[in-house]
Ligand binder design. Structure first.
Ligand code: NAD
Length: 254
């Protein structure tokens, strides 16, 4: 399979310890990128980074001081920043009527505030020479998703934030887009583990028709990494504020 090269691109990837972030940390150095991997889970993130030929910096994306320190360290290690791929996030299940204030604050803190803080830190490093930011939204934040009310709200915030920043930061040569994936990761395994056997059977039957290509979530290396490699390249610099669905055709709306 042909895949876009990223020679010389200086890239920060959050959520590097698992799932799509991990897959990108493992793949992008081999495409020529210099990568700083970030995660709140130091053990997992540092292991992935060392195996992939990337550097690791711990961060809690919901904590402003942690984000500012981590991005300062990343800029020092990389000598600047061209691309932020902000994949860190959590997706606990909660029906709308039973969602608690604590859950709201935790999920919005990591998914929504974490997006603002990491994006602002990247902006500070990109404002002179431009750059590209990829945030992670979700179909849940656009279409809604039963049993994921608070998560859906946090991802709706990511979409609205991203589109606003796209309009403001275009003047700085900074593009910022929203990735809406449907990719099989440990996060999806956790969601599946929260279902009863009956719910799981119904879910799999639904997915068989809901995902036009393949009838199930996609594969990180085959379906996801090549798309992100392109969106992290200079060839994607005339696109901003877009929802990019990497989901086998599940969500055919913007
Ligand atoms: N898997 C899917 O199909 C899917 C669908 C829609 C959206 N998304 C979004 O894609 C992104 C990546 O998802 P994934 O499936 O790879 O998840 P994952 O659970 O496999 O990995 C998420 C990573 O984020 C890290 N993280 C969590 N909280 C953090 C914090 N406060 N600071 C720093 N790092 C933190 C975790 O330690 C973990 O390594 C998430 O934002 C998720 O909401 C995923």
């Amino acid at each position: 399979m042909s895949i876009t090269r990223l020679d010389g691109r200086r890239i920060v990837i959050t959520g590097a310890g698992s799932g799509m972030g991990e897959g990108l940390v493992r793949a992008l150095p081999a495409l020529g990128a210099a990568v700083v991997a970030m995660d709140v889970n130091e053990q997992a993130g540092a292991l992935v980074a060392s195996e992939a030929g990337a550097r690791f910096v711990q961060v809690d994306v919901a904590d402003q001081a942690s984000v500012e320190a981590a991005f300062a360290e990343a800029a020092r290690l990389l000598g600047g920043l061209d691309v932020l791929i902000h994949a860190a996030g959590i997706a606990p299940s909660s029906p709308a009527q039973d969602s608690s204030v604590d859950l709201w604050n935790t999920v919005l803190g990591i998914n929504a505030l974490g997006t603002m803080l990491t994006n602002q830190a990247a902006f500070g490093l990109m404002r002179e020479s431009g750059g590209q930011i990829l945030n992670f939204g979700s179909a849940a934040g656009i279409l809604g998703q039963p049993n994921k009310a608070v998560y859906a709200a946090s991802k709706g915030a990511v979409t609205a934030w991203t589109r606003t920043a796209a309009k403001e930061w275009a003047a700085y040569g900074i593009t910022i887009n929203i990735i809406a994936p449907a990719i099989w990761t440990p996060m999806y395994d956790r969601t599946r583990s929260e279902m009863t056997p009956e719910q799981l059977a119904a879910h799999d039957a639904f997915m068989a028709t809901a995902v036009p290509i393949g009838g199930r979530l996609g594969d990180i290396d085959r379906d996801f990494v090549p798309v992100i490699a392109f969106y992290a390249s200079e060839g994607a610099a005339f696109m901003t504020g877009q929802v990019v669905s990497i989901d086998g055709g599940t969500m055919m709306v913007r």
